[in-house]
Design a protein around this ligand. Structure first.
Ligand SMILES: [Zn+2]
Length: 332
């Protein structure tokens, strides 16, 4: 059985003619990339021999190691433009998803892209706006400062960088990318690694679009968190971590990181007074920033009466923190 598998694998590998193509208009005229399984089943370089699906996937995977590295070298030779790092805004928007990976990737904008690359008549990846070879990302268009759609595209490509790191580098990524392509019925978009990248891309898209035109948002400036409200035409300053927590409970808006206040309109100074209930030592307390402290209730009836004229959220069980202020005794 082992010998049989080895023979089949060798035969399949021998029949897999890999290519890297560029600017070839005619090659796939009769077989567009998104219709390969349908239109080119006759040209499968590794037709399924019953019982050998896994071996065929293995063959594609092994072939993919070399092809991926060749493609990376080809791109490097073809693109002598200097590398860029992500700019600060791109990093701020992508860091929540990717962490420190945003500091490690290098970008070439305005790159000459591979129009097609694949195996035999099979194009495994279409000419696209972005191509990633581990931590090197090629983007077809020129760099555009503040462009949300470029950030969203980078989100897709960074997911491939992350996959490459997680899989253990270029050779392994090539292996898994081609193997998953075969496993998905030779489909570009059903490839597990592409499905993952598309999922991350849509997550990044929601986040980026919400952040670029939020109705409310938090941002950092001058060592403090600010709360922006479009309807108010400006922003106010948050005075303590508890204040931020209360606001985030009632308004779970995106945090935009370090930003210049000039983008956000008027400075309204300190945010309006705030209040909340919390439980401490088995009893309900009420905090008010006007009172700069918290008070307690003498009975459930007292609490009920007070709540009627002082509606506020409850933060549940809390331990006392310095920004809860002082104990002001019994509530009025
Ligand atoms: Zn992709």
């Amino acid at each position: 059985m082992k010998l049989f598998k080895k023979l089949v694998l060798t035969a399949i590998l021998a029949s897999v003619q890999l290519f890297i193509g560029q600017n070839t208009d005619t090659a796939d005229a009769h077989c567009p990339w998104n219709d390969l399984p349908h239109c080119a089943s006759h040209a499968d370089p590794s037709p399924i021999i019953p019982g050998t699906a896994k071996v065929a996937e293995e063959a594609w995977g092994e072939a993919g190691r070399g092809l991926y590295i060749s493609a990376a070298k080809f791109m490097e030779r073809d693109n002598t433009l200097p590398f860029s790092l992500l700019d600060n805004r791109q990093k701020t928007l992508l860091r929540p998803e990717f962490g420190s990976l945003v500091d490690r990737v290098r970008i070439k904008y305005g790159a000459d892209m591979l129009d097609r690359w694949g195996s035999g008549n099979f194009q495994i990846s279409q000419g696209s706006d972005g191509q990633t070879f581990c931590n090197v990302i090629y983007i077809k268009n020129a760099y555009r400062k503040g462009d949300d759609y470029q950030v969203i595209l980078l989100g897709h490509e960074l997911q491939h960088s992350r996959q490459c790191e997680e899989l253990g580098g270029m050779s392994n990524f090539g292996y898994h990318y081609f193997k998953q392509f075969k496993k998905a019925g030779q489909s570009y978009e059903n490839n597990l690694l592409e499905r993952q990248a598309n999922e991350v891309e849509s997550r990044v898209k929601n986040f980026v679009l919400a952040a670029s035109s939020p109705s409310t948002a938090y941002f950092n400036y001058g060592g403090a968190v600010r709360w922006y409200r479009r309807s108010a035409g400006g922003y106010c300053g948050i005075t303590s971590p508890t204040h931020l927590k209360v606001l985030q409970t009632t308004d779970p808006a995106p945090s935009l990181g370090d930003r210049s206040p000039s983008e956000f309109g008027r400075d309204f100074g300190v945010c309006p007074p705030y209040a909340f209930y919390f439980n401490y030592a088995g009893a309900v307390r009420h905090f008010s920033s006007n009172r700069r402290g918290y008070c307690a209730f003498t009975s459930p009836d007292h609490l009920r009466r007070f709540q009627q004229s002082n509606p506020a959220i409850s933060l549940g069980n809390q331990t006392l923190r310095t920004d809860f202020g002082r104990d002001t005794g019994v509530c009025p």
